[in-house]
Structure formats: structure tokens, C-alpha cells
Ligand binder design. Structure first.
Ligand SMILES: [Zn+2]
Length: 314
């Protein structure tokens, strides 16, 4: 495949597919996609705030002026993939049922207040500011999906078929892939982070690994991750390798009686040490520990941000 330049803005991937990229792909700097049919388009994800989403929609006008966005798909409930939804006026918004449910659980202004507290909230506040300080959360109106599905849903974008495939719970509770078979292209949401560390909030790990295997079995040339540069199946293999490695290493330490924090600090990241956001190992170990102990509740996000902040500062 051609090596797509990793620069901010809209990139044409083929006759029908575009990617909107936001380097450097770290916390909050997500990618989106545009699939153009014969007269209408489908948008895959909005961005973290209204300014960034507005900028993206402007950049897409060269396509959407003659093929307006009729459908918006949210790959999952994290704000950096759906908090710009309100700007896509009149579009049908599709997500998995699990994603729709999760989307209502965090108000943007609540995250904004944490970020504004910044250093006053100690090490974790400083870390939140590093992660989320560049974004503006006080003027966002959560705009939920208007249509939900479970499992699979095919969408006809004026002659171009898009297959929506639910693979969550994995990164979040309701992750969805958007596959365009005619273009051998897939938009993965945060099932892929490229050159950044995957963060397994929901798990189980087995589901995420299964999602990687599913992609490896598809006829694919061009893969647009939720964060990082456009990739191919090598990018999928790398994420799969990371997940499989961390799962084995965390299990060993669980058996040895280490705490989550001890295990997260003890695991050597080897070949993955060059990836950004290494502190996410804390969340990943915690998710495996929850799996092993049969805990059914979700992650303790506040505690995990505190732990990540400590590891980041170390
Ligand atoms: Zn994301």
C-alpha cells in the first residue's frame, strides 16, 4: 500500500474513502473517516470538541458539498469520537446499543471541570491537563445516536456498501468497526491505536484479540485506526501482539500475588516501549485482574487515572 502521510487533515484513500487525521494521535487526538456514495456520504466519528469538529467538517466540504453527510456512525462512546455530533445536523446517527448507553454516562462539562482544576488537583490533575487541556468541553451538547443495532448492520451509502461490525466490549462496551469491502478499507475506531498504546477499558482481552483476528481475515489493504497513522495488516498484528503479551505477563504477576500497581510497574514493555502513552499499562493490567477475579463492575476510572498519572510522572 502507499504510505499515507501522517499530517493533519483530509486524506483521499481511494474512490470512495477518506481519512481525517489528527497527529500526534495521543490522548484525545483521534481520527475520523468519510465514505462517499453517489450523492450522499457517511461520516465515521466526530472529534473531541466543537472547534476541531467544525474544522474537520469544513475540510470535508470539497466532498460533502456534492455528497452531503446523511449518516454518522460513532465507533464507540469515548468523547473524542462523538462529542462533535451536534454539528452534523440532520444526519441519522448510528451506534451499537451498548455504545449509545455508555455515551450518556459522562457529561463533557464534568470532564471539563476536572481539567480546569488542573494542578490544584495534584498529580492526577496535572496529568489530566496534559491529556485533555488542549480541548474545550464547556459548550458541548451530548448528541446521542438516533438508531442503534447489535451484532451487524449493513448501510448502503448511495451505492457503496458499509458493513458495521460490533466487536465490543473491548476498548469500550460497544466498539464498532466500519468496513468498506469494495475499497478494501476499514475504519477501526479505537480497536487500533498505531504507535500509541492500546487502552483496554472494558475488555475482555479475548474480545479485542478476536477483533484483530477478524480484521486479519478480511480482504483489507487500507486500515484507518482511531489514533495514529493509516496502516495495513501489520498494524493489526502489532496491536494483537501487544494485547497477547500483556495478558500473559499480567496473569503471571496475578498468580504471584502482585498488586495491579506492582504488576504495571514490573512488566517490561520490550518492543512496545517506543509507543506513546505507555502509562496505559496500568489500565490494561487492572482489566486483566478484574477478568481473573470475576469482577463484573466496570473500571474505577478515577483510581486508574491516579495510577497512570504516577507512572507518567515517574
Ligand atoms: Zn479515541
Amino acid at each position: 500500500m502507499p504510505a499515507w502521510e501522517y499530517t493533519k487533515g483530509l486524506h483521499e484513500l481511494g474512490d470512495h474513502c477518506f481519512a481525517y487525521l489528527q497527529p500526534d494521535g495521543s490522548w484525545g487526538w483521534s481520527n475520523a473517516g468519510l465514505i462517499k456514495g453517489n450523492g450522499t456520504s457517511l461520516l465515521v466519528d466526530t472529534l473531541f470538541d466543537l472547534q476541531l469538529t467544525g474544522e474537520m467538517l469544513d475540510a470535508m466540504k470539497r466532498v460533502t458539498s456534492h455528497a452531503p453527510i446523511a449518516t454518522l456512525v460513532n465507533t464507540h462512546a469515548n468523547g473524542d469520537h462523538c462529542w462533535g455530533n451536534e454539528l452534523v445536523e440532520g444526519a441519522e446517527i448510528i451506534a451499537s446499543s451498548a455504545c449509545a448507553e455508555e455515551m450518556g454516562e459522562l457529561e463533557p462539562a464534568v470532564l471539563g471541570a476536572f481539567v480546569d482544576a488542573g494542578e490544584e488537583a495534584g498529580e492526577v490533575g496535572a496529568f489530566m491537563k496534559v491529556c485533555f487541556g488542549p480541548f474545550k468541553f464547556d459548550d458541548i451538547t451530548l448528541t446521542p445516536p438516533t438508531k442503534t443495532f447489535q451484532g451487524r448492520l449493513d448501510v448502503d451509502v448511495a451505492g457503496t456498501k458499509v458493513e458495521l461490525i460490533e466487536v465490543g466490549p473491548a476498548h469500550t462496551r460497544g466498539d464498532v468497526l466500519a468496513y468498506v469491502p469494495s475499497e478494501k478499507t476499514i475504519y477501526t475506531g479505537d480497536i487500533l491505536f498505531i504507535d500509541g498504546t492500546p487502552i483496554v477499558w472494558a475488555g475482555p482481552f479475548a474480545n479485542w484479540i478476536k477483533a484483530c483476528d477478524l480484521m486479519l481475515d478480511l480482504d483489507l489493504e487500507t486500515i484507518v485506526p482511531g489514533h495514529g497513522p493509516v496502516t495495513d495488516k501489520n498494524g493489526v498484528r502489532a496491536v494483537r501482539d501487544y494485547l497477547a503479551y500483556v495478558e500473559v505477563e499480567a496473569r503471571k504477576r496475578h498468580e504471584a500475588g502482585m498488586t495491579v500497581e506492582e504488576a504495571a510497574r514490573d512488566i517490561s514493555l520490550g518492543q512496545f516501549t517506543t509507543w506513546g502513552e505507555k502509562e496505559r499499562i496500568a489500565v490494561n493490567v487492572d482489566t486483566i485482574y478484574r477478568e481473573l477475579s470475576g469482577e463484573s463492575g466496570g473500571p474505577d476510572v478515577a483510581r486508574l487515572f491516579t495510577l497512570m498519572a504516577e507512572m507518567y510522572a515517574a
